[in-house]
Design a protein. Structure first.
Length: 70
């Protein structure tokens, strides 16, 4: 898919499924955008249109072990 090309209808729905799958596997929106040659805003818009629950920004990046040792 070339950047800047309009994606509508069934093609957009299929792309939304691909993006949603990658996002649910833990990839960031920025990583998905870079891998597919699209913008962050486009990927974010497609995910929200597909009603994918988005993760909060940032968060605790430490491992579970580090949190337990507190």
């Amino acid at each position: 898919m070339h950047k800047g090309k309009w994606i509508t209808g069934g093609a957009r729905e299929k792309l939304a499924e691909v993006f949603a799958g990658e996002y649910k596997e833990g990839r960031s929106i920025r990583a998905i955008a870079e891998a597919h040659g699209r913008s962050y805003g486009f990927v974010h818009r497609v995910l929200t249109e597909a009603d994918v629950p988005l993760r909060t920004r940032g968060g605790d990046v430490r491992t579970a072990t580090a949190r337990q040792s507190r």
